[in-house]
Design a protein around this ligand. Sequence first.
Ligand code: HEC
Length: 198
Amino acid sequence: MKTLTRIGAAAFGLALTATTAFAEDCTTLTVEDRFDLEGEDIVALYDCLSDKLAAGYAKEGDAVGANYRSWAPTATRPAIQGSHGTRILNTFANDIAAEQYLKFEDEGVNMPVGSILAKESISLSIKKKKARPGPLFIMTKMEAGSIPETNDWLYAGLQPNGKVMKVKQSFCHDCHEAYEDSDYLAYPVEEVRLGQDQ
Ligand code: HEC
């Protein structure tokens, strides 16, 4: 009887391993350069990790991490930009931010207080030939005048396991500063912006 139980457990263990291996197969990269990834490859990688991303960011109960998926999508599909490392990116805008953000204006933008943008990321390691969940990058527009250095933007992030990342405001803002005319927003790459004429 004991032997039988053990065999049963072993078989179960094997089955689990096989399932896990299969589930992770879809994160394998076949290209030599991230820019060789076509739109459909990016969508396939995203679909493969999509549930894991959302579950991970929500894990510690963070208000943004647990809710951003119900916000407005801003792109027709996730895309690779380049500035946020070797990553696939996908941004969501909360109710307060969505109307203005989705205009993707280049000038005179002043986002309303309470706007939140949350950007999912998937890290790509060409060397390891693997895609895995990356941080959720977050920008929140605080009360007018509260953070003069960043025009009231608070930069934040969650690790893929939902834990709060330590974020140096100047690290994020030094780069976002290039987008001053659009209230420091960089927007998704043009080809995937939602509702834009291609
Ligand atoms: C080297 C430049 C650079 C740095 C550093 C950087 N960002 Fe970004 N960020 C960008 C670019 C470019 C985009 C638009 C990319 C895209 O979505 O394709 C962006 C987009 C975003 C967005 C979506 C809103 C928008 O601008 O359209 C958020 C949220 C964000 N970044 C947060 C952060 C946080 C938090 C940090 C610091 C931990 C950070 N960023 C550091 C360049 C940078």
